[in-house]
Design a protein around this ligand. Structure first.
Ligand code: FUL
Length: 457
């Protein structure tokens, strides 16, 4: 849907029936969602939110992409495991027909605008010819030890107009220095430096929260601040993902389901580091915090298959088109970004079933959102509506805490949808109803709500 087809409905919006009067919060206090925190941080005396966090340009780009593909590929692909132990023989890595361009084409057919590749998973095997360890593609028979999966991946992204992201597992079960914290930090930063200086612009750097044992059960204490500062210095436009952001937060589950409500603001003290545990962590990841001091939108990751890596035994357990469409509503439709994992096979290709599902999912979504019926309503016609699409102008922040959509049915206004937050996008599926007008009521907000785009399908 192009932005020009959206109706930005403000108090003064014109049009037959397609009128929305955002209801301002009661004067004297900022109305929060039910259960919202009572402190008044960030609000002025008239209840207007002041200095509310807003997204950076990179966070905006990231969120507007809506869908990215996640590619779990590496040693586990060849050992048929989910977590390697770091003792795998590099000789096992030998994709017969690796074609990163075909991954990128599949991503495009799904409507994804970015891809994120596991440059190194917990087993420590590096998909690029790193100087930091011998445990890499260089020691494999693949392309005579001359291959570079990260290069093939970033080249393919660029060729197909996709943004490239990289996952570099902090937990490394192969590195001898793991658990000797400063020494491993050094090693890890050297790996990050290679990845962030050799392959052009990297749009997202993905820090996994899994933090297991090292040799002899040693625990690593990661210097997150150092890692993040390094990313900032080498790739200032990249967004940094982890449980604790700082730019993009994990949504708190691996099912592709965002919380409801879902605020893009968080209280950063609740989840200070990846893997943090404690009261409120899960809620903060899932829901954010209406009064949070930091803009850190949620990313919902999920695999198209039971596992993250490709296992031939799961070839008949690929999510159906219905399930994928459902995921779109539970993530993108709730103000999150969807990171959908589609793992390459041992050949280095995506499985045909997965490719077909991706394409069919996009076709289904395109058909579902083909025609914005709010245009008809504004022109005085009636329309049968089964989905409502709401969007806040998030470049100005996120404000709406509770809303209702009313439709004019046979001359009387009737509530047809209700929800909490909106953010970048809030999708409602409703029983089909024929209306001659639509109205959005903003019942609670943090400060004065900005414009909300209302579309109907
Ligand atoms: C988890 C990892 O342990 C899984 O293997 C996978 O990479 C998933 C996305 O994150 O923490």
């Amino acid at each position: 849907m192009s932005p020009t087809r959206r109706a930005f409905l403000r108090a003064a919006a014109a049009g037959a029936g397609a009128l929305a009067l955002p209801v301002p919060p009661p004067r004297g206090r900022a109305a929060g969602p039910p259960g919202g925190r009572a402190d008044e941080r960030g609000t002025g005396p008239d209840g207007e939110a002041r200095d509310r966090p807003t997204p950076s340009p990179s966070q905006l780009v990231w969120q507007r992409d809506e869908l990215a593909l996640f590619l779990h590929f590496g040693m586990n692909t060849f050992t048929d495991r989910e977590w390697g132990d770091g003792r795998e023989d590099p000789a096992l890595f030998d994709p017969a027909d690796l074609d990163a361009r075909s991954w990128a084409r599949a991503a495009r057919s799904a409507g994804a605008r970015a891809m994120v590749l596991t440059a190194k998973h917990h087993d420590g095997f590096c998909l690029w010819p790193t100087a930091t360890t011998g445990h890499s593609v260089r020691a494999s028979p693949w392309r005579g030890g001359e291959g570079d999966v990260v290069r093939a991946f970033t080249d393919a992204c660029r060729a197909e107009g996709l943004r490239a992201g990289l996952y570099l597992s902090p937990w490394d079960r192969n590195a001898p220095s793991y658990g000797d914290s400063p020494r491993y930090d050094e090693f890890y930063c050297a790996q990050l430096t290679e990845l962030l200086t050799r392959y052009g612009p990297i749009h997202e750097v993905w820090f996994d929260g899994a933090n297991g044992e090292g040799p002899d059960g040693r625990r690593q204490v990661y210097d997150w601040e150092r890692y993040w500062n390094l990313v900032r210095r080498l790739q200032p436009d990249a967004v940094i993902f982890s449980d604790a952001g700082p730019d993009v937060r994990w949504i708190g589950n691996e099912d592709g389901i965002a919380g409801d409500p879902n605020w893009s603001t968080v209280d950063p003290t609740v989840v200070p580091v990846p893997g943090a545990d404690g009261p409120g962590v899960r809620d903060m990841l899932l829901h954010g915090d209406p009064r949070g001091a930091v803009w850190r939108p949620g990313e919902a990751d999920v695999s198209i298959r039971p596992g993250w890596f490709h296992h031939p035994a799961e070839d008949d357990q690929v999510k159906s088109v219905d399930e994928l469409v459902e995921l779109h509503f539970s993530s993108v439709g709730r103000n999150a970004k969807l990171l959908l994992n589609v793992p390459p096979t041992r050949a280095g290709r995506l499985h045909p079933t997965d490719v077909e599902r991706l394409r069919d999912m996009r076709q289904r979504l395109d058909a579902r959102f083909a025609r914005d019926l709010s245009d008809d309503l504004r022109a005085g016609r009636s329309a049968t509506v089964s989905a409502i699409d709401l969007r806040e102008a998030i470049e100005e922040g996120q404000r709406v805490a509770r809303h209702a959509v009313h439709g004019r049915v046979g001359g009387t206004w009737r509530e047809i949808a209700r929800g909490a937050t909106i953010g970048h996008r809030r999708l409602h599926r409703i029983d089909p109803v024929t209306v001659t007008g639509l109205r959005l009521a903003i019942e609670a907000s943090i400060g004065e709500p900005g414009p909300v785009a209302v579309s109907a399908f």
